[in-house]
Design a protein around this ligand. Structure first.
Ligand SMILES: Cc1cc2nc3c(=O)[nH]c(=O)nc-3n(C[C@H](O)[C@H](O)[C@H](O)COP(=O)(O)OP(=O)(O)OC[C@H]3O[C@@H](n4cnc5c(N)ncnc54)[C@H](O)[C@@H]3O)c2cc1C
Length: 341
């Protein structure tokens, strides 16, 4: 390690927590500023995410960089989780793509695209019906299924809590909104905080310094004690994408809409009908599940929907993680810390 530095981080969302955890355990003196009123305030998009870790399926919209960062992060997450004092649910034994027969045309178009974009060895593997029944007995028989081996999921709420609790050498400055991030300096109102190095990970809050936009996403938590699901499921529907992600204890997270709007108001009727009808069509036993929670949040995106990792002396900016934050954050943080060294 380099000599211990005094580090300022603007933003205590997913990236801010991961950075604090890694920099703190490397022995730096870390200060995190965030307008939230405490570690459990749920404003960051990181809380709302379903936690799919899907480098191949995300190739539908992402580029090869995201795929590589995703693969690397799939290796890093188990090491990070193992170093956390609180348990965090993490699974890496694949995800399933599913399609109803009437949607096979749309599904095949997507599978062809993934086939072209994914490097050899990462292709979706068609599953015969007996294999599907064996892997996921709750899925409706007769659905077409493909396995994406090696993909997984993480319990985002547990991870957000555990990362903040585990960060050593870290001072959290809550209710501290950073108005501007400059090399070696964070500005909050009329106060200037000088550091050896600063990180700008404010997500949408990085405006106007970065041309961020928010993309509305809505999700549901279903309490479904009798439903046995092990892997994330993604329904390839002609009109929308719907995924189901199992989460302890006895929950299934159903998501997510993707709407070009910064409206943070509660989930709409249309999204409710579409997502939950689709979820039920995949796992019929969800009929008796209870809707225990719904949530809306905004994914921080840049105009090209690509992630940004920008380093100048004294300042690193990471943003635009859009719909892949949990998938790629560990690898981005690793790269950012290499450039710091
Ligand atoms: C519905 C939904 C589902 C998703 N599902 C997945 C998924 O399955 N898999 C996946 O990989 N990703 C998913 N994502 C995306 C993922 O959540 C984001 O990419 C990720 O949270 C971005 O991390 P971040 O740290 O950049 O931003 P955030 O997690 O949003 O954190 C930004 C932080 O900056 C703080 N902040 C804002 N303004 C300021 C300021 N002025 N000063 C200081 N701090 C500030 C905020 O309070 C917040 O704490 C999903 C997102 C949504 C909304």
């Amino acid at each position: 390690m380099t000599k211990p530095l005094r580090i300022g981080i603007a933003g205590a969302g997913l990236l801010g927590r991961l950075l604090a955890f890694e920099l703190g355990r490397a022995g730096h003196d870390v200060h995190v500023h965030d307008p939230a009123d405490g570690p459990l305030a749920r404003g960051a998009a990181g809380w709302t995410a379903a936690g799919m870790l899907s480098p191949v399926a995300e190739l539908e919209t992402a580029d090869e960089r995201v795929f590589r960062w995703g693969l690397r992060s799939l290796d890093l997450w188990p090491q990070i989780v193992a170093a956390l004092p609180q348990p965090v649910e993490l699974q890496r034994d694949g995800s399933l793509l599913l399609a109803h027969r009437e949607d096979l045309g749309a599904a095949r178009r997507l599978l062809d695209l993934l086939d072209r974009k994914a490097p050899a060895g990462h292709q979706a593997e068609s599953l015969p019906s007996e294999a599907l029944r064996e892997l996921e007995p709750s899925v409706r028989p007769g659905l077409q299924a493909w396995l994406l081996a090696g993909e997984g999921r993480i319990h985002t709420v547990q991870a957000m809590e555990a990362l903040a609790a585990a960060a050593t050498n870290t001072t959290w400055h809550w209710t501290s909104r950073v108005d501007s991030v400059e090399p070696q300096r964070l500005v909050t109102g009329s106060a200037r905080h000088d550091y050896d190095w600063v990180f700008d990970v404010r997500g949408l809050g990085a405006r106007p310094q970065l041309p961020m936009r928010g993309v509305r996403g809505e999700i549901f938590w279903l309490h479904a004690p009798g439903v046995e699901l092990r892997r994330p499921l993604r329904l390839l529907h002609a009109r929308h994408r719907v995924y189901l992600v199992p989460r302890a204890p006895d929950l299934v997270v159903v998501g997510a809409s993707e709407i070009e709007s910064e409206d943070r108001t509660p989930v709409s009727l249309r999204t409710t009908v579409e997502l939950l009808a689709a979820a039920h069509s995949v796992v019929p036993a969800l009929a008796e599940a209870r809707i225990v929670h719904s949530e809306t949040n905004l994914r921080p995106a840049l105009p090209d929907n690509q992630p940004l990792l920008d380093v100048v002396p004294g300042c690193t900016r990471i943003n635009g993680l859009f719909r892949h934050g949990w998938l790629i954050a560990p690898a981005l943080v690793e790269e950012a810390l290499e450039s710091l060294a």
